[in-house]
Design a binder for this molecule. Structure first.
Ligand code: PMP
Length: 391
């Protein structure tokens, strides 16, 4: 039987999205495909809360979206500050350096986030062209306060780039209101489509800064100059070619964005908060310690939990044997000490219970059973009832 995929991306996707994906590929210049692509671009602006933003959708993964942001905005010797809360913040710093930036990393221990004062001090140290923020670091499940950090960046005149790969579509993020110049993600996370699309939305200011560059963009494939005419054409429902778009993925993206917007962004945010609370109740019952030290700095899109005493990475395989796929640790300092459970996108109450039960059973099988069997599932059931307003 097909296992339930509960990793922090790729995630379980809706059948409507699978159907949209599973057709013979259309021509990228087919009028139906052009309509679908144009509609997906319109929908992205709604999902990102960026009515005046410029969306880009390009074949690739989230890492390409990160590199596109950097390649187009950074010129050699520009200064950048990275709010580095884990594996993906470190990756952003590496990409920035590769494109010639002088990078200051404001780091935090795994599971923590730097204070606003620490980031402010780094920005004040010297003129900063770009402030990069990871919204949710998928390696630790820590979440930054993007609204406050973006404000800080805006006040200092820095462009604000937010890696929202593990947040956009699930965690509250309001691009224009919060002053974010580039918000980026990938199709396989809370957006709810298969992997394969790099997605970013650039502000008018970001496009102006790009337009005023002196040095050429150091990447041919990632250059806005190649993609802007394509995105503008599709948005105007006109055909145009630069590099073949992954047409089936574009159809899947449009279908998943339709579902997202039909639910409504506010409902999506609330739903993810609610599911995260239910998981937290189950982890408490199992006495599993999360990496993020504080609830208000914990992601709603995934949980990262230390293995309990006597348990190690074999848990991941044992949970797989129970029919649920979870992920091991990813942070370079702590990798073998913890595991991760994704809970973004399509995650029904029954999926929560299945996941909690699989973990509880696997832990017991491996010899960790501090409480009567079923206590975690009972805690999740009780929390679900509370979330639904029943006693
Ligand atoms: N940033 C974050 C926060 C991520 O979680 C990921 C993927 N897990 C990436 C960037 C990179 O995305 P991709 O694997 O699609 O290249």
């Amino acid at each position: 039987m097909r296992p339930l995929v509960m990793i922090p991306g790729p995630i379980e996707i809706d059948e409507a999205v699978v159907r949209a994906m599973g057709q013979p590929p259309k021509s990228h210049l087919d009028p139906e495909l052009i309509e679908t692509f144009g509609r997906a671009l319109d929908r992205l602006k709604e999902v990102f809360f960026a009515p005046n933003g410029q969306p880009f959708v390009v074949a690739g993964s989230g890492t390409l979206a990160m590199e596109m942001a950097v390649a187009n905005l950074i010129e050699p010797r520009d200064r950048a500050v990275v709010v580095d809360i884990g594996y993906f913040g470190a990756r952003m710093a590496t990409i920035l350096e590769r494109h010639g930036a002088h990078v200051t990393r404001v780091r935090a221990e795994p599971g923590k986030v730097p204070s606003i004062a620490e980031v402010g001090a780094a920005l004040d140290h010297a003129a900063t062209k770009l402030l990069a923020i990871t919204h949710v670091d998928t390696s630790t499940a820590a979440r930054t306060d993007v609204a406050k950090l973006a404000k800080l960046g805006n006040e200092r005149g820095a462009l604000v780039v937010v890696d929202g790969v593990c947040s956009i579509g699930a965690e509250e993020l309001r691009q224009e209101e919060w002053g974010i110049d580039v918000a980026l993600t990938a199709s396989q996370k809370a957006i709810g489509a298969p992997p394969g699309l790099a997605i970013l939305v650039a502000s008018e200011r970001a496009m102006e800064v790009w337009g005023g560059r002196k040095a050429p963009v150091g990447s041919f494939y990632a250059d806005f100059a190649e993609w802007l005419p394509i995105m503008t054409a599709y948005a105007a429902r006109q055909p145009k070619y630069f590099a073949t778009p992954p047409v089936n993925l574009i159809e899947a993206l449009d279908a998943s964005l339709a579902l997202l917007l039909a639910e409504g962004m506010e409902a999506r945010f609330a739903e993810h908060e609610s599911i995260a609370r239910v998981f937290r109740a189950a982890w408490n019952a199992l006495e599993l310690r999360p990496l993020p030290a504080r609830d208000e700095e914990s992601a709603n899109t995934l949980s990262a939990l230390y293995y309990p005493p006597g348990i190690g990475p074999t848990l991941v395989g044992a949970v797989r044997a129970e029919g649920v796929v979870i992920a091991g640790g990813l942070h370079p300092d702590l990798g073998p000490k913890y595991f991760r459970v994704g809970h973004m996108g399509l995650c029904r109450p029954s999926d929560v219970l299945t996941t909690v039960a699989a973990i509880e059973r696997a832990l017991a099988r491996l010899g960790y059973a501090p409480k009567p069997m079923g206590i975690a599932v009972a805690a999740a059931e009780a929390a679900l009832a509370l979330e639904n307003g029943s006693p």
